[in-house]
Design a protein around this ligand. Structure first.
Ligand code: CA
Length: 513
């Protein structure tokens, strides 16, 4: 990258821009157009393009991200301490009416090699998942898992992996309390993720509150072949000692692996992708490079007929007007409003609000507050009309761009997107995170070239080339689209190659007893 001072302004109304150069720029730096910095400004942080009077709005992405607490000089560093964050838009007032953009032009001719499932979904991986009703069985299951990986998996080369859906729920919980339906339906829908091939294997204890029939009610499985479902209960009298429990689990696993191993990849249209979008460890470049490129790619996916989910409620809360006006119809607009209002109430119970979202790393990376972070986060949803809303733990059942209402916490969001049926995950990061999931490939996109270079064996794509002018948002979006089709067809991501897997973490808003 050239060493000439560079800055990026996102919208013509903006009175701030961010510094692009690695290491930031010292006071006295003069830009090509004559603008001179009066403070040192770190990389990714904002500088004032004009003098801003006290009380005046500071505009980024064309929206007010805060009001100046004191006069700000031209060329000054606009950091979080200078900004008074705006109030959140009340959700009980009338919001704009949906005025969705016209549907995007279809994009035909793109496909990948996937695994077709009996329920109509398509997997990008061929994985045996073992569901559990309760944490009590985790130790036994982990021993079984070690043996399955060592003794059985090598016999079934078409099976990619075996994963346990381990969790802290299932007992010692107020199972009928409001909110308890969320972890329960999450576990049910996780078992049905397309990457698990329709094989549902369940290990339970016996005395727990979350009984197998409550987790997977008879008749609830969209699987024609009853053989594809099996249960092992550790407290059954047939089990004499640990060894017999392990033998039962291994015997069931073997039957599932036999069937999974017979599956073959086949050519399927790109419309079978169910893509979950997420960001984490965000910086000011997230909303300039990686997220806009992902937004462009999201539009390509929607045009190809795929399902694309954006999530992270606290990171889109301040974009509520934009989301509601993008809703495909009034019903979707109401559902967006309902989910955001539910989450406001949830945060209020913890005496928190959306401002609890931003981390020290976000702020060090140049994001002053949640409003600025939200505007940079929501651009990854692209421009398509919002076709539907998926409440937490529910499975997505329509195509197009969907708002899957989940917390922003990386692991909770990823888990809920898996429950929604995600078969491909894209994760943008500026500060850097080694995030990965065992159940689904995760493509990690760096917002800055410096991160992509330093984490050369962790980042799958360098969107920092947009900031340096080497790539455009459009070319990067296309590159990501093609990478996604390759990964969906079996190409392994860095986190898969290293086996970097985070735990699945349930969103469990109901009380523990
Ligand atoms: Ca996140």
């Amino acid at each position: 990258m050239s060493t000439a001072p560079r800055r990026i302004r996102m919208h013509e109304r903006d009175n701030v821009a961010i510094v692009v150069n690695d290491g930031g720029l010292p006071a006295g730096t003069r830009f090509e157009d004559g603008l001179c910095l009066v403070d040192a400004v770190p990389q990714g942080h904002k500088l004032a393009l004009h003098a801003i009077a006290a009380g005046q709005p500071v505009l980024r992405y064309g929206v007010c991200i805060g009001h100046a607490r004191q006069p700000i000089a031209t060329g000054a560093w606009v950091h979080e301490r200078l900004l008074q964050m705006p109030e959140a838009r009340a959700l009980d007032q009338p919001l704009p009416r949906p005025e969705p953009a016209p549907a995007l032009a279809p994009l035909a001719g793109y496909s990948f090699q996937g695994y077709r499932n009996a329920d109509g979904s398509v997997g990008t991986r061929n994985i045996l998942a073992i569901s559990t009703t309760v944490q009590c069985v985790a130790g036994v299951l982990n021993l079984a898992l070690q043996r399955i990986k060592a003794e059985l998996l090598p016999l079934y080369p078409n099976v990619d992996d075996v994963v346990a859906i381990e969790h802290a729920y299932g007992c010692g919980v107020a199972i009928d309390a409001p909110g308890a339906e969320i972890p329960i339906r999450t576990l049910r829908n996780l078992a049905l993720n397309p990457n698990f091939g329709g094989e549902v294997m369940l290990v339970s204890l016996g005395c727990e509150k979350l009984q197998p029939d409550r987790l997977l009610p008879p008749g609830s499985l969209p699987i024609a072949d009853a053989q594809a479902s099996s249960r092992v209960r550790l407290q059954d009298e047939q089990h004499v000692g640990l060894g017999s429990m392990l033998d039962s689990i291994l015997a069931q696993a073997r039957a599932h692996l036999e069937r999974l191993n017979r599956r073959q990849r086949e050519t399927v249209p790109a419309s079978e992708l169910v893509v979950g979008l997420q960001c984490g460890g965000s910086d000011a470049f997230s909303g300039v490079t990686a997220n806009p490129a992902l937004g462009f790619c999201a539009d390509l996916l929607v045009r190809a007929g795929a399902t694309v989910m954006f999530s992270e409620v606290t990171e889109v809360r301040d974009a509520v007007d934009q989301l509601v006006s993008r809703a495909a119809d009034a019903e979707v607009a109401e559902a967006i409003q309902r989910e955001l209002a539910w989450y406001d109430a949830y945060l209020q119970r913890g005496r928190s609000d959306r401002s609890a979202n931003t981390t020290p790393g976000n702020k060090a990376g140049g994001l002053s507050n949640i409003v600025e972070k939200a505007m940079g986060s929501v651009v990854k949803s692209g421009t398509a009309p919002i076709a539907g809303v998926v409440p937490p733990g529910e499975r997505a059942c329509s195509k197009g761009l969907l708002f899957a209402a989940t917390p922003a916490s990386d692991f909770v969001c990823g888990t809920l997107q898996l429950a929604a049926g995600m078969n491909m995950h894209v994760f943008t990061t500026g500060r850097g995170t080694p995030y990965g999931l065992a159940a689904c490939p995760v493509i990690k996109v760096a917002t800055r070239t410096e991160l992509a270079t330093r984490w050369h064996d962790l980042m799958d794509l360098d969107a920092g080339r947009i900031a340096s002018g080497e790539a455009s948002i459009e070319t990067m979006g296309w590159e990501l689209f093609h990478l996604m089709l390759d990964v969906a067809s079996g190409r392994r991501t860095w986190s898969e190659r290293w086996g970097l897997h985070n735990a699945m973490v349930l969103f469990s808003p109901a009380p523990i007893t």
